[in-house]
Design a protein around this ligand. Structure first.
Ligand code: ADP
Ligand code: ASP
Ligand code: MG
Length: 438
């Protein structure tokens, strides 16, 4: 069985939904179909929550009314029969009445997550109705009964495997199993989510859980490009990536994939294929266990990075210094991305600055601390085995006119990372494309 995930743009209008319905009904084989909310919907739900946080129910209501009108119009265009138009109208009216009920209560992060969940609940209901109207054998599964995170907010993989296996077993006759991406319950049974862009993660978790033949991520571009197409002109699709390469690109900012979605697919060795809904016959990108030697594959950038440097002559020839430094980040549950050390100093980067001031305060016990905000990690991914000669030189040469704050090489065989200022991001990405790919 395959798992197919369609992102927001792929289900972003009634016509797109009809196109997806066509794609998933041929060939006629059993598949799990994971859907995102229609594009723009989750952003609107975030905005509605913001109004409610700010105790402005009128602001929220205006958005809810506008959204309801749009969705009701979608229902008119999506279905052919009055029966399914009416059925969907009624569902939508109940959904929007539910959203409106939040304008009358005190909204906390708990209610916000319930609000955010409605986008995927709506899109999957609409798609299921469309398939049922067309006489397709399809069933809607509920991600809130199947996907759960544990106390560390990590997916509870054993639970997910048990629940999806049971759901498939309970409904053996169906051809298409539709399920919401992104949404889940947490360890306390509350409605939660897998963070923005999390539908990719749902697809990969389910694909790994059922040991799928393949996980397909359908989006609005022809696979992983060799650089960020929003920043660099003339990027090109990369046809094949090793799991490790794709995982590094996703983690270091290639928006086409959720940062951690490749991990479960990699562990289960289920290939992931990136495909384009707007051009379904294009080959896209296959992510699997094959490793192409001697090739630099792609470049990605991770924004909003903070760099912290600790300098101390006490570090010289001392042991235990780095442990104390790293322990502080652990205590404050702040992951470190890049690390560079010298005899008398260490620089680290973080992308979560929530505990920055506490961390900096405590680090001052160990040395002189300086902080650089608004930095970007630029990550070059490919065959960067230390046996190869010349690739790191080439990447460094591309940056000859750019001030580089940190360089990290040798941590894995697939990656060399540079830390630059946000203001230098675009020209760094462009320079790397020029030198590495043109
Ligand atoms: P979806 O809504 O289908 O999940 P996303 O917007 O999350 O789609 O991801 C697709 C977008 O990712 C593309 O439209 C593209 O602008 C952006 N993107 C950023 N980096 C890359 C890259 N290296 N390759 C392809 N797309 C990328
Ligand atoms: N709808 C969610 C978001 O916009 C999840 C997703 O699209 O993957 O972040
Ligand atoms: Mg996405």
């Amino acid at each position: 069985m395959k798992v197919l995930k369609f992102g927001g743009t792929s289900v972003g209008s009634p016509q797109r939904m009809k196109d997806v319905a066509k794609l998933i009904t041929s060939p006629q084989e059993q598949k799990i179909v994971v859907l995102s909310a229609m594009s723009g919907t989750t952003n609107l739900l975030v905005e509605i929550s913001e109004y409610l946080y700010k105790k402005n129910p009128e602001g929220a209501n205006t958005l809810i009314n506008r959204m309801e009108a749009t969705y009701l119009q979608h229902a008119e265009e999506l279905y052919q029969t009055e029966e399914w138009k009416q059925q969907t109208r009624q569902f939508l009216q109940e959904e929007f009445a539910y959203l409106r009920s939040f304008t009358k209560v005190h909204v906390t992060s708990f209610e916000e997550k319930v609000i955010l969940a409605q986008g995927e609940i709506i899109s999957t209901n609409m798609m299921t109705n469309l398939l049922l109207e067309q006489g397709v054998s399809a069933i809607l599964l509920n991600a809130l009964d199947i996907v759960r995170t544990d106390k560390n907010a990590e997916p509870d993989f054993n639970y997910i495997r048990q629940r999806i296996t049971a759901a498939l077993k309970d409904n053996p006759q169906q051809n298409i199993y539709i399920i919401q991406g992104f949404i889940c319950r947490n360890a306390y049974g509350e409605i939660d989510n897998l963070l923005r862009g999390g539908s990719d993660y749902t697809a990969c978790l389910l694909g790994a859980a059922i040991q799928a033949e393949e996980i397909q991520i359908w989006t609005d571009i022809d696979g992983m490009h060799n650089n960020d197409p929003r920043v660099v002109p003339n990027t090109e699709p990369v046809r094949q990536l090793h799991f490790e390469e794709a995982a590094e690109l996703a983690y270091f900012g290639a928006k086409i994939l959720h940062p951690t979605c490749i991990q479960p697919a990699k562990f289960a060795a289920v290939p992931v294929r990136l495909l384009n809904t707007l051009n379904p016959s294009a080959p896209g990108t296959i992510i699997d266990n094959n490793f192409q030697q001697g090739k630099i594959k792609a470049v990605a950038a991770k924004d909003n990075i903070t760099c912290i440097q600790i300098q101390s002559s006490r570090m010289l020839l001392a042991y235990g210094f780095l442990r104390k430094v790293f322990e502080l980040f652990e205590v404050h549950k702040t992951p470190i991305d890049m690390v560079c050390t010298s005899e008398v100093g260490v620089s680290v980067t973080i992308d979560n600055p929530n505990h920055l001031s506490d961390i900096v305060d405590e680090l001052k016990k160990y040395g002189t601390v300086s902080v650089d905000r608004d930095m970007v990690i630029i990550c070059v991914v490919g065959d960067l085995d230390t046996q190869n000669i010349g690739f790191e030189t080439l990447a460094c040469k591309a940056l000859q006119h750019i001030p580089v704050r940190m360089i990290s090489y040798g941590g894995s065989n697939h990656n060399i990372s540079f830390l630059v200022k946000a203001q230098d991001k675009a020209r760094t990405l462009q320079a790397l494309s020029e030198t590495l790919f043109h």
